[in-house]
Design a protein around this ligand. Structure first.
Ligand code: ZN
Length: 279
């Protein structure tokens, strides 16, 4: 049978297949191959009695994250607030770069717009081609728009403490419960362990619940490729393999000077590039 791992706890994998959940164990073959099944994996399993089963094989992954451990992520919502706490564009750019390196689509969500609107930030990121959604978890502004974006995807939410990430996800889950009448989702939140779990909002729509996770701290190897708006200007760099930091006659620097690349994006690129080189 085919299914998807939605939860993994102490050696048991909970596989969803045809709206049923099977408690499965992985066969020794996984240990032998050094492969660990992950939440989000599409798998093949054999059904045993009483909704139990054996995990047989894992399908190829589109991508995989280590922390939180999850595979096949389609979308990442980067939640930020302009004020309270003050926005960090470095944080946003670092998350975007990492997501780009894995081909995961980022959406920037400016929450707490009742305190301050995110118009300026929206301008910066929309110009690059990223989607920006303004929300206020408190009164549910923008929540339905955000929910629409999550459809038919597996999404993770990123955001530092205080930005309202959990109020936002609670609102989204809450309104899905109302629509689907599925009370089992209320159980969420009582869970205290730190395992990752996919919460099903509707058919083919999941959000990853990963307590304790707030951001990706990895700077990708190919950082220059992860700033998508830089790509068209690299041809103007004099030196092949230009790092766009100390070099003169750099296409990226020209584009920044011409206002074609946002200064904050370039500065954050340099910070990330330098912090990578000093490691
Ligand atoms: Zn350059």
């Amino acid at each position: 049978m085919q299914g998807k791992i939605i939860k993994a706890i102490s050696g048991f994998y909970y596989i969803e297949s045809d709206s049923k959940i099977y408690e499965c164990k992985a066969k020794g073959i996984f240990r032998k191959n050094g492969v660990t099944p992950l939440v989000g994996d599409y798998v093949e399993f054999e059904e045993l009695k009483n909704d139990k089963g054996n995990l047989i094989s894992i399908k190829d992954r589109k991508n995989e994250l280590i922390r939180p451990p999850i595979a096949n992520v389609d979308l990442a919502i980067i939640v930020a607030a302009v004020k309270n706490p003050d926005i960090s564009l470095l944080f946003i750019d670092k998350q975007i770069a990492f997501l780009e390196s894995l081909n995961i689509m980022p959406i920037i969500c400016i929450n707490k717009i009742d305190i301050e609107s995110g118009n300026e930030i929206e301008k910066i990121y929309k110009a690059i081609g990223y989607e920006v959604i303004s929300t206020c978890a408190k009164d549910s502004t923008g929540v339905e728009i955000l929910k629409e974006k999550l459809k038919n995807k597996v999404s993770v939410f990123i955001g530092n403490s205080g930005v309202g990430k959990s109020s936002l996800t609670n609102k989204i889950i809450g309104s899905s419960i109302m629509e689907e009448g599925d009370l089992s989702k209320i159980e969420r939140g009582k869970q205290t362990t730190r395992h990752v779990e996919l919460i099903k909002l509707s058919e083919s729509t999941y959000i990853a619940d990963s307590p304790g996770f707030s951001s990706f701290e990895i700077i990708p190897e190919n950082l220059e490729n992860c700033f998508v708006e830089f790509q068209q200007y690299i041809k103007d760099c004099r030196y092949r393999g230009c790092n766009h930091v100390l070099e003169e006659e750099c296409g990226i620097k020209y584009a920044v000077a011409d206002g074609k690349i946002e200064k904050s994006r370039y500065e954050n690129y340099c910070i990330l590039k330098n912090s990578k080189n000093t490691k």
